[in-house]
Design a protein around this ligand. Structure first.
Ligand code: MN
Ligand code: MN
Length: 455
């Protein structure tokens, strides 16, 4: 009669524990490559094509079992396996996001001060700024020059050079240490150190020398930064964490942990009844705004294409019926209970590391504001599905009532008249440059999404 919370290792046999450990290796490779949303799309497309997925061609017709994808501007992705049932009966969707908190370069980033050259940044997403100083950083992204587009990759491995945001030495930090944490490092001080050797004439000798290096390697001139998407991210690669290797530490696990598990779950789906869809969205960390975010019409447009391609004709009612009959797991990370900061959590309603994939019925802040909520019926359906498929799950919410809050893409799908519940891996140190996830939870995410997409 009573609900018991158990560790995944207390609920699984040796064979499944080996599968949990094996699965983690593929995930770590994805995480290490996918340091930006664009690189996640690139890798996801590569993996999907190896699994028989093809880019959708306008006007193409689709039948049960077909595997297709839409690449949205190289920054978000929608993949589908066509179901045997009429598509107006609804789709099963797993929606994750592939953007993570980071430092973006400003349009005019380069300057020098007393022979140290820096790149100015504007941080993206919710960060604790002090966490981004004094760690090795890499620069990735796209620059459009007058001669075409170039891909920039600087300081991408540990044996390469690194960029860094400096911080004050403790000896001289008396004043800084008295400040409130969020004011101790100002946004305008998140400047990335990029060079020191002077060359050339005038008062911008280091800037000029740095620009020369950019030009030699990439053909970039200073004005080209105006038309660029350049992202500064942690350089370090992922690790197993703990003597028992039970966890994974790494950058960008919010939400690439759910992206990878959703994607590989879809790969396992061969002949579903419902059309199975995996969405890898961009811009979640800044409110899902923009044409690659979940609030754009991209998903609706491609769902319409999907319907037309499956049915051979199209009208608006088909799309509305399809959405009305669809269900979605919003695959985003949850906040794992951290006993060191236990005062912000309400223990009974908080997910724990390696106790299963975490269901979150509602998010929001201050009285559930700004969030959708999964119904009793849909929550019951998902719970029973997971139980029937040996998926270890738990349920929780984001901290104590009035302790703060947050949201996911769930509400944007719910507003399309789709049943949605949040369902993802619980993280320690969420949004830090180095986040921690439990291997058991990661595997149960994969297993849960697979059960749902295979329906
Ligand atoms: Mn997230
Ligand atoms: Mn986040």
């Amino acid at each position: 009669m009573l609900m018991e919370k158990k560790h995944i290792w207390e609920l699984t046999d040796a064979q499944e524990q080996a599968a949990i450990m094996d699965y983690a290796a593929g995930y770590r490779a994805f995480l290490d490559y996918g340091k930006t949303e664009a690189r996640c799309v690139k890798k996801a497309v590569q993996l999907a094509e190896a699994q028989g997925f093809r880019a959708f061609q306008e006007g193409q017709s689709l039948k049960a079992g077909d595997r297709i994808y839409w690449n949205n501007r190289g920054k978000s992705l929608m993949l589908a396996v066509i179901g045997s049932e009429d598509i107006t009966q609804g789709m099963h969707i797993v929606a994750a996001h592939i953007d993570s908190p980071r430092l973006d370069l400003k349009p005019v980033p380069l300057f020098e001060d007393d022979q140290l050259a820096f790149l100015k940044t504007h941080y993206y997403g919710g960060i604790k700024k002090y966490q981004w100083t004094c760690i090795p950083l890499s620069l990735y992204g796209t620059v459009v020059t007058k001669n075409g587009t170039v891909e920039v990759e600087i300081g991408t491995t540990e044996d390469d050079l690194a960029l860094v945001v400096t911080d004050l030495l403790p000896h001289l930090a008396d004043e800084q240490m008295q400040k409130k944490m969020h004011l101790a490092i100002e946004g305008e001080k998140l400047n990335v150190l990029i060079g020191n050797i002077p060359a050339g004439e005038g008062d911008k000798k280091v800037t000029e020398a740095v620009m020369k290096l950019f030009h030699e390697k990439y053909g970039i001139e200073e004005e080209d930064f105006v038309s660029s998407d350049l992202e500064v991210v942690p350089q370090f690669m992922s690790n197993d964490v703990g003597l028992d290797r039970s966890m994974i530490g790494g950058y960008g696990q919010d939400d690439r942990v759910c992206a990878y598990t959703s994607l590989t779950a879809l790969f396992e789906v061969k002949q579903p009844k419902k059309t199975a869809v995996c969405l890898l969205a961009d811009r979640e960390e800044v409110g899902s705004m923009g044409n690659t975010g979940m609030r754009s019409h991209f998903f609706e447009d491609k769902a319409a294409e999907l319907i037309a391609a499956c049915k051979g004709d199209y009208n608006d009612l088909y799309l509305r019926r399809c959405f009305g009959n669809s269900a979605c797991l919003s695959a985003d990370v949850a906040a794992a209970y951290d006993p060191q900061y236990n005062h912000v959590y309400e223990r009974r309603n908080t997910p724990f590391v390696n106790r299963g994939i975490a269901l979150v019925k509602y998010t929001g802040a201050r009285g559930k504001s700004g969030s959708s909520e999964a119904s009793a019926e849909f929550t019951g359906y998902v719970r029973n599905l997971f139980n029937a498929n040996g998926v270890v799950w738990q349920i929780g919410e984001l901290g104590k009532v009035d302790g703060g809050g947050g949201g996911t893409v769930a509400q944007y799908l719910a507003n399309l008249n789709i049943d949605v519940i949040d369902c993802g891996v619980a993280l320690l140190s969420m949004h830090a440059p180095y986040e921690v996830a439990g291997k058991g939870d990661i595997y149960m995410g994969f297993k849960g999404y697979k059960a749902f997409l295979g329906e």
